[in-house]
Design a protein around this ligand. Sequence first.
Ligand code: UD1
Ligand code: MG
Length: 459
Amino acid sequence: MTNRYAVVLAAGQGTRMKSKLYKVLHPVCGKPMVQHVVDQLNTLNLQELITVVGFGAEKVQDQLGEDSHYVIQEEQLGTGHAVLQAEDILADKEGTTVVVCGDTPLLTGKTLQKLLDQHDEQKAKATILTAHAEDPSGYGRVIRGGNGQVERIVEQKDASEEEQAIQEINTGTYCFDNAALFEALKNVSNDNVQGEYYLPDVIEILKDQAEVISAYQTPDFSESLGVNDRVALSKAEKLMKQRINEQHMRSGVTIVDPEQTYIGPDVKIGQDVVIYPGCVIEGDTQISDDAVVGPHSTITDCHIGKETVVKQSVAANSRIGERVQIGPFAHIRPQSSLGDDVKVGNFVEVKKASFGDGSKASHLSYIGDAEVGSGVNIGCGTITVNYDGQNKHLTTIENDAFIGCNSNLIAPVTVGEGAYVAAGSTINEDVPAEALSIARSRQTNKEGYANKMKSIKKD
Ligand code: UD1
Ligand code: MG
């Protein structure tokens, strides 16, 4: 089998984005564009993946980590010059090199595979991924000769009026015979309107050497969408959202209003899950069968168990068990873990806390840095007082304890198994198991007080 390599072009400044954020790091459905591209490339059997970085190099490296090798393009002299930066690593290798732009987030591994298959079948030196565009403006146009063979690619800015009318565009994705690519790149000049070394010029150079040039036209234009500005970014978002939502619906998820539902590309959702409008579900999130999410919930990096219901709430980086009820208007902050049959109700904030099975905090509470056992009832308005201004401290509430309404639990503190805390208590010492702790001032009733007030007023 031939060896396969990939080069991802991600060194351009992306001036048309008018952004502090480096272009290829702009997210589409919550994932940076360049990560989409690399994830799709990783479905191919690659020997090596190299990303060409320039502007914001460290940030791209932070994003992709060990998924890639990196080469730096100090000056952005064009896409051809960018590929040349990988010469030291690739030039002496035999095999096929796929070149992809980091700003084409909708490209799929499937299409890349078809491109490679055709390249192999036709024993081509270069195969271009092309597409038919209703509005081709901004893209390079594919110029074919009388026999239908690809002759060259002309950039929008260099194209004659006649050429600009051509609707077959260069998607910016190619595969090349690796040795031929690096040989041809040496002959690319910057004699064009932009004064750049264009990668697509390699096509004409190889053609002039009578090499076989092939083109695979993808039927789905959206795959080739190159994001150069924020208008295209919103188009990419819309198309990606549609693609993801349709996949989930086809595998048994009810999405009540797909236009109003934003699901990240790596989210996994089980059968008969219902998602109501206004949800943003992102990152490494898994939702198990028969759960109900929304309306208006934001879920990031959470695992949610079967039959759990999350209404109008926010949850991040937490594990949530089965048949749990969350919200409306609850906030589950990172590193929390809720067992089965837990309830976290209206206006309850949970942070870095674990709840055992069947425990409940139904209304208006803050439970942070806490270990809550199972079968615990946390009354309305309970606060774990976890922060002394310098350090965070742990509150432990053991199994079957009952915390009365409006209690402050000043950490570090433990409420023992089966213990009761009277409503309105401020607890700053451990409560033994099975005990009742009352920590509030005693009530005093002043009989006849109203009459006394009345008589004062009359005087
Ligand atoms: C490029 C193609 C065009 C194609 C289009 C598809 C060229 C000359 N043109 O145009 O034919 O239709 O993509 O989207 O290749 N980059 C570098 N270093 C550079 C310049 C660019 O790494 O010096 C990277 C950019 O970060 C980007 C990619 O290469 O990810 C493409 O560059 P961009 O400026 O977006 O090219 P387009 O004008 O879109
Ligand atoms: Mg582009």
